[in-house]
Write a protein that binds this ligand. Structure first.
Ligand code: 13P
Length: 227
């Protein structure tokens, strides 16, 4: 099941201060520092009226600067060279008002699971934090294409993360800090699932158990600092 977030859910509120260019550059740099992205893999954006500010294509955690981020409209109009995945970000912003910051990574364990072409099932209640009883996987399509954007938008619909087959993951949150936490959490869960699979056959939680966890997450730990 996928529960729509109630209007009063604090985590669905945009942050009181929209993330600055510094926040977004810091976030992309931090993903590299923590090993979630290597070189120019992955990208990050923040919602802006009518579009987004997104990392430049080919930028790395070592070279990203606040002024290298590219303002890009939802139709792709831009004065610079936005990430090749701007369409994936644009479709998610267009579909889900909760998305204020989007992170795409090629982090090791999320990518390993995506290369097995497997979703992340409800093996641990923490999976429910992403809004459903699993984290779905979008079928493979070439990076930077409208086809990949369409498949990713469908897989993440109503949720806050999905895997991308033979590619990586994408997630969103109301704040830059929340998006970093979500990326780290998804990577940890994928790692734990792969460890459990290597050791045996993980027992999956039942639909009712996952539904109960989804409900608990509606009111779990949502403060200005934790969203
Ligand atoms: P960009 O450098 O164009 O953002 O592409 C990186 C990437 O991860 C493509 O999927």
């Amino acid at each position: 099941m996928t529960l729509p977030a109630p209007a009063s859910r604090p985590s669905s509120r945009p942050a009181s201060r929209p993330p600055s260019r510094e926040d977004i550059a810091d976030l992309y740099r931090e993903l590299g520092r923590r090993g979630l992205n290597v070189g120019s893999s992955g990208n990050v954006s923040a919602r802006r009226p009518g579009g987004m500010v997104i990392t430049q294509t080919g930028i790395t955690g070592d070279t990203v600067r606040p002024d290298s981020l590219v303002e890009t409209a939802l139709d792709g109009t831009s004065a610079g060279a936005p990430s090749s995945e701007w369409q994936m970000h644009a479709l998610i912003y267009a579909a889900d008002p909760r998305a204020q910051v989007i992170v795409h990574t090629h982090s090791d364990h999320a990518t390993a699971l995506a290369c097995l072409n497997l979703p992340l099932p409800g093996f641990h209640y923490g999976v429910a934090e992403f809004g459903g009883d699993d984290v779905r996987i979008a079928p493979y399509a070439t990076f930077g294409t409208p086809e990949l954007a369409r498949l990713a938008a469908a897989a993440i619909a109503g949720r806050t993360a999905c895997l991308l087959a033979n590619h990586g993951m994408i997630c969103h949150a109301p704040t830059a800090a929340g998006a970093l936490r979500a990326a780290l959490k998804l990577e940890a869960l994928c790692r734990q699932y792969l460890i459990a699979r290597a050791a045996g056959r993980p027992r999956l939680l039942t639909r009712a158990q996952m539904d109960a966890a989804i409900l608990r997450y509606q009111n779990y730990g949502h403060t200005e600092e934790t969203t």
